[in-house]
Design a protein around this ligand. Structure first.
Ligand code: NAD
Length: 450
C-alpha cells in the first residue's frame, strides 16, 4: 500500500494499493482481451460512449476538483479547470472516431486505400503535477482511436485518476478498455515498456526518466510519446506593455507552485527597462496570494512534498534573491514565490528545471541576444514574447526553439491545438486534431483492377 499525503496538512488522506508485476501483467492481459471488441465497435457507438463519459465527468467536476485539492494541494480554481479539461478533451475526441478517414489513391493497375488502425494496448504514464489533464490528454485520443488503455498515475497523486476510472465504467465504457493501475514507476511503468502487448507508451514526466523509457522502448521498436521537462523563456522587450507583462509574469512562473512543465522560469528583460520591469514585478509578486488552496481566491498552494521543497530550496540557498512573496508557515510544504537575479547564463538556477515557485531574471541587449539566450538550454517546451512590434514578434517567435510560444500572453494549452516539446522537452505532440492519428498505424492496401 502507498500512503497518500495532503501537501497542506501533511496528513495521510488515503492508502492506495501498489500494483505488483503480476497485477500489471493481468491488467495488460485484460486490456488486450478487451481490444478486439472496442476496435470493432462502430465509430458512432465509440464516440457516444466517450460523450457519456464526458457528461459524467461534468456531473462530478466539483467532487473531482475537491479531491485534487486534498491530494495535490492545487488551488480550487485550478482544480476545477483541470477536471473541466478532462471533460472537454473527452468531448472533443468523442467526435474523432467517425473522422478517422483514410485516402483512396489512384495508381496504375488499381488503387491504394489507406486505413488508420488502432495499435492495441496503450500504456499511459502520468506525473504528479497535473494528474487529471495529463491523464486525459493520453487516454481520450487513445480510446477514440480504438485502443485500450492502462494508465499509471504518479505514486503521490493517484486519487483523481482512480475516480475517473470508476466514472468511465459508470458511463458504460466496457471492462478492460480503460484501467487505472496505481503503483511504482519501477514496477508498473517499466512493465509498460517491456511488455510485448503494450504497443505504445505515452509518457509525461522528467527528462531523465523519459530517456530511460525511450531506450527501453527501442528493444521492441515500441511507439512512444514523450512530454518532458522545460525551462521556458519569458522575453520582455523594451517596447512591450510592461505593466501587462509584469502583472502576468507571476502566474506564468508560480502557477501550481511552479510545478508546471510550461513554467516561464527564466525572464529575459531588455536592458533599458530592466529596473522598471523589476519594480513592477515586485509589486505583482508580493500581491500573489499563496494560501490555503481551498480558498476561492488562492493563486498558489504548497509544493507536493517535503522532498520537493528541499530540492527547490537548494536552488535558492546562496543565490542572489531580488525579492520574495509570502507563504504560510507551519504545517504544509509551503515555499514563497521567489525572484532570483541571474548573473550569467551559467547560474544553476538559470539552467536547471527547478519545478517550484522560483523564477530567474537576466537582462539582454538586442533581439539576437534574446534569441541566443532563450535557446541556450537543452529544453524547448513553451515560452513567451512581449513586444508591441509585430515584425519583431514574428522574427523572434520563429527564432526561438520551442514547441509552444505565446505573444503578449503566457498561455500554453488549448486542447484543440497541438502541444509538445522540441529538443529534450519531448517527442511527438499531444492534443489538437492530429493526436488521434498518433495512436494509429496507417495500413496501405493495393486493390488490383487487372
Ligand atoms: P517522473 O519522471 O519522476 O515521474 C513521472 C511518472 O513516471 C510517474 O508516474 C512515475 O511513477 C513514473 N516513472 C518513474 N520511473 C519510471 C520508470 N523507470 N519507468 C516507467 N515509469 C517511471 O516525473 P515527476 O517528478 O512525476 O514529474 C515532474 C516532471 O514531469 C518535470 O520534469 C516536468 O517538467 C515533467 N512534465 C512534463 C510535462 C509536459 O507535457 N512536457 C507535463 C507535466 C510534467
Amino acid at each position: 500500500m502507498t500512503e497518500v499525503l495532503s501537501p497542506v496538512t501533511e496528513e495521510v488522506v488515503a492508502s492506495v494499493p501498489a500494483a505488483s508485476m503480476e497485477e500489471t501483467d493481468a491488467a495488460i492481459a485484460r486490456a488486450h482481451e478487451a481490444f478486439p471488441a472496442w476496435k470493432a465497435m462502430s465509430p458512432g457507438d465509440r464516440g457516444r460512449l466517450l460523450r457519456r463519459f464526458a457528461s459524467i465527468v461534468d456531473d462530478h467536476i466539483e467532487e473531482l476538483a475537491r479531491l485534487e485539492v486534498r491530494n495535490s494541494g492545487h488551488t480550487i480554481g485550478n482544480a476545477r479547470w483541470e477536471a473541466g479539461n478532462v471533460r472537454d478533451v473527452l468531448a472533443y475526441y468523442s467526435a474523432a472516431p467517425e473522422r478517422l478517414l483514410g485516402h483512396q489513391i489512384p495508381v496504375p493497375g488499381g488503387m491504394n486505400v489507406t486505413f488508420h488502425e488502432p495499435l492495441g494496448v496503450v500504456g499511459v504514464i502520468v506525473p504528479w503535477n497535473f494528474p487529471m489533464p495529463i491523464a486525459g490528454w493520453g487516454f481520450a485520443p487513445a480510446l477514440a482511436a480504438g485502443n485500450t488503455v492502462v494508465l499509471k498515475p504518479a505514486e503521490v497523486t493517484p486519487l483523481t485518476a482512480m475516480r475517473l476510472a470508476e466514472l468511465a465504467l459508470a458511463a458504460g465504457i466496457p471492462e478492460g478498455v480503460f484501467t487505472v493501475l496505481p503503483g511504482k514507476g519501477s514496477v508498473v511503468g517499466e512493465r509498460f515498456v517491456t511488455h510485448p502487448l503494450v504497443r505504445k507508451v505515452c509518457f509525461t514526466g522528467s527528462t531523465e526518466v523519459g530517456k530511460r523509457i525511450m531506450a527501453g522502448c527501442a528493444d521492441q521498436v515500441k511507439r512512444l510519446t514523450l512530454e518532458l521537462g522545460g525551462k521556458s523563456a519569458n522575453i520582455v522587450f523594451a517596447d512591450a506593455d510592461l505593466e501587462k507583462a509584469a502583472a502576468a509574469a507571476p502566474s506564468a512562473a508560480f502557477d501550481n507552485a511552479g510545478q508546471d512543465c510550461c513554467a516561464r522560469s527564466r525572464i529575459l528583460v531588455q536592458r533599458p527597462v530592466f529596473d522598471r520591469f523589476l519594480e513592477l514585478l515586485e509589486t505583482s509578486v508580493t500581491a500573489f496570494r499563496c494560501t490555503d488552496p481551498a480558498d476561492s481566491d488562492a493563486e498558489m498552494g504548497p509544493l507536493i512534498s517535503a522532498a520537493q521543497r528541499e530540492s527547490v530550496a537548494s536552488y535558492v540557498d546562496g543565490a542572489d534573491v531580488a525579492f520574495r512573496g509570502s507563504a504560510p508557515s507551519g504545517k504544509g510544504f509551503w515555499f514563497p514565490p521567489t525572484v532570483l537575479l541571474a548573473h550569467d547564463e551559467n547560474d544553476r538556477h538559470w539552467r536547471e528545471e527547478i519545478f517550484g515557485p522560483v523564477v530567474s531574471v537576466l537582462p539582454f541587449d538586442d533581439e539576437a541576444a534574446a534569441v541566443e539566450l532563450a535557446n541556450d538550454t537543452e529544453y524547448g517546451l513553451s515560452g513567451s514574447i512581449w513586444t508591441s512590434d509585430l515584425g519583431r514578434a514574428i522574427r523572434v517567435s520563429r527564432g526561438v526553439e520551442t514547441g509552444n510560444l505565446s505573444v503578449n500572453s503566457n498561455s500554453s494549452v488549448r486542447y484543440w491545438t497541438p502541444f509538445g516539446g522540441v529538443k529534450q522537452s519531448g517527442l511527438g505532440r499531444e492534443l489538437g486534431p492530429d493526436a488521434v492519428a498518433a495512436f494509429t498505424e496507417v495500413k496501405n492496401i493495393f486493390f488490383s483492377s487487372e
